[in-house]
Design a protein around this ligand. Structure first.
Ligand SMILES: C[S@@+](CC[C@H](N)C(=O)[O-])C[C@H]1O[C@@H](n2cnc3c(N)ncnc32)[C@H](O)[C@@H]1O
Length: 344
């Protein structure tokens, strides 16, 4: 059976001996940083999770130790999925000695740090609303606190601007603004690249019951995104919105990301094991803000969210579910014959 959404790749072969992962403990009591004093570091705490306080901005995701663990797991999962690629960080053909690279919404900064290690020639900037919890970065990596929706003040034109998992961060109008700023701040011929996941959980072999919470997860959160005014279907809209901003020569790669170590293929098995950790640790942080603000039919209580998340986590542990979600990577170029005022 082939995949869904026009994906012509074959279904992932199942490892019939897989009996589930016991290594992941689910809830961990993450330690919070207590020595920092600035209000930006302190953030805002709600329902037991810490959120950015840089601006009065409705970004749904927590910026706390637990969510940074989730981001790290996501980073490793994408590296493993591209294990056989020469370059596991991006597909944009930027040559071997780029000078300036930007990672918007860098989160924990893992991609920016790896890009700085990969390209000693480049200064790699990672920008986020919340300061990344990183003590040391390579000398050519700069992690900054800023809002991508403000006027950009970086003077250097970039060879590559990268974004990953920014779904639901912006309204459609804000996305237009972000892509336009990317366009204006790239060198002629420079590249934009974005990686976004599809929040819907699927199976190709019917192992995911239609009435399961996991089958309902995607529609539940797509609804929250719609109601919040910041849709979560960024993976389906990003290429068109990039092209609207002037980008050309768009390419895409669609990944099936297994959740759980159920695939037979060793690389997909590893990716699935890491993705199960990604999901198990991420569920509460992904769910809490969206459901308590925009849940259906009315906003949920935090207790309702915790009970829901515990049930979803328990479904995730079922080794008989051969489940995955899609992730889409799109990369596109600023035309060579376009120059941005004041930059060259
Ligand atoms: C789901 S995380 C993904 C982090 C990282 N890109 C990764 O792949 O691990 C999204 C990040 O985007 C950041 N973000 C949201 N809105 C932003 C904005 N307006 N400007 C800068 N960063 C933003 C959030 O603070 C969060 O750290």
């Amino acid at each position: 059976m082939t995949g869904r959404d026009g994906d012509s790749s074959p279904a992932i072969d199942v490892d019939e001996d897989y009996e589930g992962d016991s290594a992941w403990g689910g809830d961990d009591s993450a330690s919070e940083t207590t020595s920092v004093t600035s209000s930006i570091y302190r953030g805002l705490t709600e329902n037991g999770r810490r959120y950015q306080s840089y601006r009065d901005h409705d970004y749904w995701g927590p910026s706390d130790e637990k969510q940074f663990e989730t981001m790290e797991a996501g980073h490793f999962m994408y590296l493993v999925l591209d294990y056989h690629e020469q370059n596991r960080l991006h597909r944009a053909p930027i040559g071997e000695a780029p000078q300036h690279i930007l990672d918007i919404g860098t989160g924990k900064g893992s991609w920016a740090i790896d890009a700085a290690d990969t390209y000693p020639s480049a200064t790699v900037r990672g920008v986020d609303l919340y300061p990344p919890p990183i003590g040391w970065v390579p000398p050519n990596c700069v992690l900054e606190v800023d809002d991508a929706l403000q006027e950009w003040t970086w003077r250097e034109p970039f060879d590559l601007i990268h974004m990953r998992l920014l779904l639901g961060a912006f309204t459609p109008e804000e996305w237009d603004k972000v892509y336009t700023q990317c366009f204006e701040n790239l060198k002629p011929g420079g590249w934009i690249e974005q990686v976004e996941l599809d929040v819907r959980v699927m199976s190709d072999d019917g192992s995911l019951p239609e009435d399961s919470l996991l089958a309902g997860w995607g529609p539940n959160f797509l609804g929250c995104g719609e109601r919040s005014g910041r849709p979560l279907n960024t993976q389906t809209t990003m290429q068109e919105t990039m092209e609207k901003a002037g980008f050309v020569d768009a390419h895409e790669k669609l990944y099936k990301c297994p959740i759980g170590a159920w695939p037979k293929n060793p690389q997909l098995k590893d990716a699935g094991a890491i993705n199960l950790e990604h999901w198990s640790s991420g569920l509460e942080g992904w769910a809490m803000w969206l459901l308590t603000k925009h849940g259906s039919p009315k906003p949920w209580t935090s207790e309702e969210v915790r009970v829901y998340v515990a049930k979803v986590r328990s479904e995730l542990q079922n080794p008989k579910l051969h489940i995955y979600h899609y992730t889409r990577r799109v990369w596109a170029r600023k035309p060579l014959n376009t120059s941005s005022p004041g930059r060259n």
